[in-house]
Design a protein around this ligand. Structure first.
Ligand code: BMA
Length: 815
């Protein structure tokens, strides 16, 4: 993205027409055709009921956007370029009828020299978008052998032939709209003698001793042979160097050494210090911010297999997070504000990493700026997922350029922890009949693509680790990383996709679990926004359309029947789906955190949603917290105690884990509670929480809990900063004698002026939940409430100041 002085933005008021000839309206950029048509009242809301199915004509048509502009004489007298970024996808761009560029990839940006091509009167810029759907089909027909793709996910076929966000064609959580548009500002810029086309900033600190070397490289276009000085500043540190440039493209590099920099840390480990950086040559200047940190991915042979862990600034750090998908299925709605809220929610739930998943998109610059600022590390996939891809020269050439550009664009971000070749392309080699029948061919085909990506990544960014694929047991290992828990990263899907018990999570000890998930329905307030009354039934056609994983609703309902008493109505079903999702993922994460340091990371599938849908997300469309997100805040807490059954003898073991750099002394109290409400203390002790590994804190013999009892435990650090409460239920909820509880609540003013909501109950109450999915976010939700122990909640965010009595839901009594 250009960043120096004279910039003219051409975002507004483009005339948008279709080849079909029935549309003549306005589009603004960054924006997409569907959003423009919706704004003009020409199409219904694509997210409402089943409207999606009426909208395929949009991506099948050809669209032209054009507008006029004039430039001041001072601009015309100098060198002028046009920046076009994130053009989706096949676009022919003309200026005053003369072709400037044909774009073929959403992931390749264009800087086009307009010098001498502009008129001093009105200039007409025109962008013709051809149908990616039609082109994908022609490309598929040209292939020498079939390249299967996820027909179940992608309602619109052959998206694997197109360099465009793969989930645009539909996914097992996405609507299929195949959007068309341009997702960055359209900018005209004047230059003097030179233009900076790209700036890469890499940091090297190989042994962790001595100064950090910051290497800035710039791709500079010189309009004539010239000599210039380059200045590069990182905070107070500065370097000035002269360089000679030849007309055309040049690359210039300078290196600054910084002794004892102030370090950038991931969230929960320290501050996110960033240095102001600028790189200038002539009148051109690029600015960014730079967090200095040493980021290593440690994959060393050990007695289990091979480790997989992130070492940040020399500290092995357990990664806690989730997978990121594009923030909206309509690209125009992806704004800094909404994305910031989602990322902030990740950090508020004690996450320190997200994985930008390969079926989505490379996110805009500001996305990574926010991650830098929040201390959210990014596992960055390259944009390939689940399908089989071409490996012909034309395709690989495009891919190489894409990888090169994206690495240069994103290189300076402290948050980017690793580059990963793709999502699940190794698994895909066994998913299709064609690939199973001729694995040699498809393996070689895959390796050509993977190698092309890897070669560019390693060459262009030697400072970061390139990991071939997610999941992967390791480089050139094409084994089953869905079931191998000894090496590399793992996607463990047996509970959702194979309907195994939640306990199955405790049968594997991944080194790093980069995907595992369980679905739930979005909240009632959100369901009400896309349904009519008659649709509010779990098997209505509209609920089916807002569920994209084949058999997904059946899996939710069937699992509810396994673990809970069956709900009486739709609203209860929706609530229970969120309870069970939270229980599933809590089971997995708590166990895997208790396996630290064998396991060193868990990223559940998935953080967010891009339209209102039943899915694995913990934040529903619009950003409201599902119950899982409330639970994530607790199961990702820096200091955690969880109870794990010992599979050998049935003992219940309390495990403690401390992810902070220093030990903490805490008091721990364990009690057993009968479902009718009698509480008896089992143990109380002081414990020093170590930092490097999870530790066994307390072992309760198998017969400690009677059939009508469960375990509850609390902990508190000496200084009172870290407190927590957790439970353990030895039997399924449907088998437990849960009694009918009456929960009452009232708003109260504390002495210090804060307003709290105070809750009490007559019987143990489980998953007590206030206002699911509404605008109000509480300090906790979905908690256990015991008689005689009130609970105070504070409101963290709210759309209004009005203190309404919240809607309270809880697990229904079985007795
Ligand atoms: C994963 C992802 C996605 C998918 C999810 C749920 O493995 O990589 O492809 O959406 O599973 O099925």
């Amino acid at each position: 993205m250009p960043s120096s002085a004279t910039k003219i933005t051409l975002n507004e008021n483009w005339r948008l027409r279709n080849a079909g000839g029935n549309i003549d309206t306005i589009i603004n950029f960054p924006g997409d055709v569907h959003s423009a048509l919706l704004a003009a009242g020409l199409i219904p809301d694509p997210y409402y009921r089943d409207h999606e199915l009426q909208l395929d004509w949009i991506h099948e048509d050809t669209w032209t956007a054009d507008r006029e502009f004039t430039l001041a004489d001072s601009v015309l007298a100098s060198h002028v370029s046009l920046f076009l970024g994130s053009v989706d996808c096949f676009a022919r761009v003309t200026l005053n009828g003369v072709e400037l560029v044909q774009s073929e990839s959403q992931f390749i940006d264009h800087i086009i020299d307009l010098t001498g091509k502009l008129s001093d009167g009105a200039n007409r810029l025109s962008i013709e978008f051809k149908s990616a759907t039609q082109i994908a089909k022609t490309h598929a027909e040209r292939q020498p052998f079939p390249l299967p793709y996820q027909t179940g996910n992608c309602r619109i076929p052959f998206v694997n032939h197109v360099r465009k966000t793969q989930c645009h064609a539909g996914w097992d959580w996405n609507i299929a709209l195949m959007p068309i548009g341009i997702y960055q500002d359209i900018v005209i810029q004047r230059h003097d003698a030179v233009r900076i086309d790209a700036l890469r900033v890499l940091q090297f600190d190989d042994d962790g001793e001595g100064p950090v070397r910051i290497e800035a490289s710039a791709r500079i276009y010189a309009f004539q042979d010239c000599r210039h000085s380059v200045s590069f500043d990182v905070g107070e540190h500065t370097i000035l160097e002269a360089c000679s440039l030849l007309k055309g493209e040049n690359q210039v590099s300078v290196v600054l050494e910084i002794e004892d920099p102030i370090l950038w840390w991931p969230a929960g480990q320290g501050d996110q210090h960033q240095y102001e950086v600028s790189f200038s040559i002539g009148s051109e200047k690029h600015r960014c911010r730079l967090g200095i940190r040493r980021c290593q991915v440690i994959t060393e042979k050990d007695d289990v297999g091979s480790s997989f862990k992130f070492r940040i600034n020399g500290r092995d750090t357990f990664m806690k997070g989730a997978n990121w998908i594009p923030a909206d299925a309509l690209p125009q709605r992806i704004t800094k504000e909404t994305v910031r809220c989602l990322l902030q929610s990740a950090v508020d739930a004690n996450m320190n990493m997200i994985r930008v998943w390969g079926g989505g998109q490379y996110e805009p610059d500001w996305f990574y700026d926010i991650c830098d600022e929040l201390g959210l590390l990014v596992w960055q996939d390259f944009m390939f997922a689940c399908n089989i891809y071409p490996s012909d020269k034309a395709f690989l050439d495009l891919v190489r350029e894409e990888v090169d550009q994206q690495i240069w664009r994103l290189s300076h971000h402290a948050c980017i922890a690793l580059w990963c070749g793709d999502n699940e392309l190794i698994g895909a080699l066994t998913w299709y009949e064609e690939t199973r029948n001729d694995r040699d061919r498809y393996l070689v085909n895959y390796d050509r693509l993977n190698n092309a990506i890897g070669e560019v990544a390693i060459e262009q960014d030697p400072s970061r680790r390139f990991w071939p694929s997610s999941p992967s047991c390791g480089p050139l290992n094409f084994g089953d990383a869905w079931h191998d828990d000894k090496s590399g990263d793992m996607h463990y899907w047996d509970v959702w996709h194979s309907a195994k018990e939640f306990d199955a999570y405790r049968t594997v000890k991944p080194r790093f679990c980069s995907e595992f998930g369980f679905q739930s329905f979005p909240s009632m307030p959100l369901i009400e926004r896309f349904t009519e009354l008659a649709d509010r039934n779990i098997s209505s056609p509209v609920m089916d359309i807002h569920q994209r994983n084949s058999g997904g609703n059946a899996r939710i309902v069937e699992t509810i029947a396994r673990y809970f008493r069956f709900p009486d109505n739709f609203e209860e079903m929706v609530f229970l789906s969120q309870v069970q999702q939270a229980v599933a993922i809590k089971t997995a994460v708590e166990f895997w955190r208790s396996c630290k340091p064998r396991t060193m990371g868990t990223l559940y599938w998935q953080l967010n949603d891009c339209w209102p849908v039943a899915s694995w997300s913990s934040l529903e469309y619009g950003g409201a917290w599902k119950l899982l997100h409330y639970k994530a805040k607790l199961f990702y807490a820096p200091l955690l105690v969880s109870a794990q059954p010992d599979s050998e003898n049935g003992d219940v073991v309390l495990w403690g884990v401390n992810d902070m750099p220093e030990t903490r002394t805490c008091s721990l109290r364990a009690e057993k509670v009968s479902f009718s409400g009698t509480i008896s203390q089992l143990d109380e002790r002081k414990i020093v929480f170590e930092t490097q590994e999870a530790q066994e804190l307390l072992r309760l013999p198998a017969d400690t809990l009677k059939a009508d009892e469960f375990l509850t435990f609390t902990w508190q650090s000496e200084d009172g900063t870290f407190t927590g409460q957790n439970d353990y239920f030895p039997r399924r909820f449907k088998d437990s004698p849960i009694e009918h509880a009456t929960v009452s609540g009232k708003w109260m003013k504390e002495a210090d002026g804060t307003t709290v909501y105070l809750l009490t109950t007559d019987k143990p109450a489980f998953f007590v939940t206030l206002d699911l999915g509404g605008d109000t976010r509480f300090s906790d939700n979905g908690f256990t409430l015991l008689p005689g122990r009130e609970k105070q909640l504070t409101v963290l965010t709210s759309a209004s100041n009005e203190q309404k009595h919240p809607n309270i839901q809880l697990l229904k009594g079985c007795n």
